[in-house]
Design a protein around this ligand. Structure first.
Ligand code: PEP
Ligand code: MN
Length: 337
């Protein structure tokens, strides 16, 4: 349920209600809005709790949250959540652009591509140091050395670093280097991993599982939010269907759908969503037109030489042209990019 505080409620009043929610056996999540503060209380409701809280003079009203995802729901927070870290801002009219290679391959590669994507207007650098590969024989990533190289690229360019963490054991290590923790599509329902990144205060980029429904996707985000980490970015990256003309099927109706259901920012990944570099620019533009708060795009100085996902990777020149088109669309929508 949501406990809506009166507009004049002071911090002390909020603290008192929060404490009372806890005493009554529920978990309070304080969400500070522009106009007023609400406390989302999760967990099982004991009888009479609603009436008791409603009787408090600092409380305006108490309402049930109908959606199964509570903190992620629009019912809990009307205003959009804006995630900002270093050079990257996603949401609230700001389109963040995360670009870079699928995998960190070498010092030369990551420094070169970081400078190229920055020049083209990217606001964050992506690059996998721990790679979830379908085959155990495929390149698994440079691991901690790759993270060091990403930090070096941030130093050189000022770009915030987005990189995947695959296991709870690595969360602390990845946090030492990354600005945003990426949860890969294959791990969307790895609940211990979601809770582990939820315990940090680093923004999380949560990718949709290839067979996850919107409800499952939002409930996965809820695992992170429930640990107190409010900085979650949702990422549509395509789903498995009967289709074979693209690597995955990229459903863009999820962007306006999620906008109605949640206050969390929504990013689209047209690279994994299509698997084909020539289709990426149009789908990036379509994502912005659909209202996405950001894009994550694979770019490599020489895609044909990339150790992973080369066929869906843009050249720096193609990325620059894509940025140019997307910016015009963003402008029509009154957004900055
Ligand atoms: C990636 O971003 O390189 C990646 C592995 O993505 P996904 O988890 O969406 O497959
Ligand atoms: Mn990839």
């Amino acid at each position: 349920m949501i406990v809506v505080m009166k507009p004049f409620a002071t911090q002390a009043m909020v603290d008192r209600i929060r404490g009372r929610v806890e005493e009554l056996g529920m978990k309070p999540h304080v969400i500070v809005g522009v106009e007023r503060t609400v406390i989302a209380a999760t967990g099982s409701e004991s009888s009479g709790i609603q009436a008791e809280l409603e009787a408090c003079e600092e409380v305006e009203k108490v309402m049930p949250i109908l959606a199964p995802y509570k903190i992620a729901s629009r019912e809990t927070r009307r205003e959009p959540t804006v995630v900002t870290t270093g050079s990257l801002t996603v949401g609230g009219g700001h389109i963040g652009v995360i670009a870079g290679p699928c995998s960190v391959e070498s010092e030369e590669q990551i420094l070169e591509v970081a400078a190229q994507v920055k020049e083209a207007g990217a606001t964050a650098l992506r690059g996998g140091a721990f790679k979830p590969r379908t085959s155990p024989y495929a390149f698994q990533g440079m691991k901690e050395v790759g993270l060091e190289l990403l930090a070096q690229a941030r130093e050189a360019t000022g770009l915030a670093v987005v990189t995947e963490v695959m296991t709870p054991h690595h969360v602390e290590m990845v946090c030492r280097y990354a600005d945003v923790l990426q949860i890969g599509a294959r791990n969307m329902q790895n609940y211990h991993l979601l809770q582990a990144v939820g315990e940090t205060r680093k923004p999380v980029l949560l990718k949709r599982g290839p067979s996850a429904t919107m409800e499952e996707f939002l409930l996965a985000a809820e695992y992170v939010l429930d640990q107190g980490n409010q900085q979650v970015i949702l990422c549509e990256r395509g789903i498995r269907t009967f289709e074979t003309h693209t690597r995955f099927t990229l459903p863009l109706a999820t962007v306006p759908y999620l906008r109605e259901k949640t206050h969390l920012p929504i990013v689209v990944d047209p690279s994994h969503g299509t698997g084909i570099a020539s289709l990426v620019p149009a789908m990036a533009a379509a994502s912005v037109a659909a209202g996405a708060d950001g894009l994550i795009i694979e770019v490599h100085p020489n895609p044909s030489k990339a150790v992973s996902d080369g066929s869906q990777t843009l050249t720096p020149a193609a990325f620059e042209a894509t940025m140019h088109t997307c910016r015009k669309i963003a402008e029509v929508l009154g957004k900055t990019m």
